[in-house]
Design a protein around this ligand. Sequence first.
Ligand SMILES: C[S@@+](CC[C@H](N)C(=O)[O-])C[C@H]1O[C@@H](n2cnc3c(N)ncnc32)[C@H](O)[C@@H]1O
Length: 223
Amino acid sequence: MTDDKKEFIPALGHDWLTGFYDLAIRFTMPERKFRNKLMDFLDPLDGEEILEFGFGTGQNLILANTKNGNANYIGLDIDPKVKNIAKKKFTKNDIEIQLDLYGGGVFPYPDNTYDKVFSSLVFHQLDKEAKISCLNEICRVLKPDGALLIGDWGKPKSRLMRGMFYSVQILDGFATTADNVKGLIPDFMVAAGFENVAEVGHVNTKIGSYCYYQGKKPSFCRV
Ligand SMILES: C[S@@+](CC[C@H](N)C(=O)[O-])C[C@H]1O[C@@H](n2cnc3c(N)ncnc32)[C@H](O)[C@@H]1O
């Protein structure tokens, strides 16, 4: 740990539910579809240094490693419980990927380290202050021209999607999810210094619209 541990929302809203996370995703989302699309946007290339922010139970890192085993992956999360779950899966699948924990403040990496940072279903669990500070940290640890890919709940694409998303809000809270519903994630990315920010796609699920956002750290950045 590099700093005092901040409070956080566990993967499924409550600590005691974390063991059911994979099951819940399998039943409520088209998991293969939304994760494969995430990997298509990530497009991991040989030799790239790639960070997953909020690796959870490790599903995305396993998929990324399958897509291209010649990129170098690292995961960062705040919850030791998900690290244990992910580690067990990696051991079972004979995968070696470094998984780091931190306290929710400064990321434990130097400036300009990663070619790509990606994150899935994390930002809707962060309050406004944490959204901003985590995006600033992501920008800091990305190399100039480095790419950020966020997959998370976005502005619902229909009334039905809006209605279904209340189930997520009941579990994860209305305060942290409100900015997602308003479609404000791209605005936060721009405020953190990213350029070419755009929503590039979405997948409708049983519990809301999962949206993909991309951005790039400028070539000449203040960091
Ligand atoms: C809903 S899970 C998503 C897991 C995985 N990325 C996925 O796509 O299934 C959210 C993850 O974000 C992590 N998380 C919550 N707050 C965090 C923070 N401040 N910094 C890093 N990770 C955080 C949780 O521990 C959890 O593993």
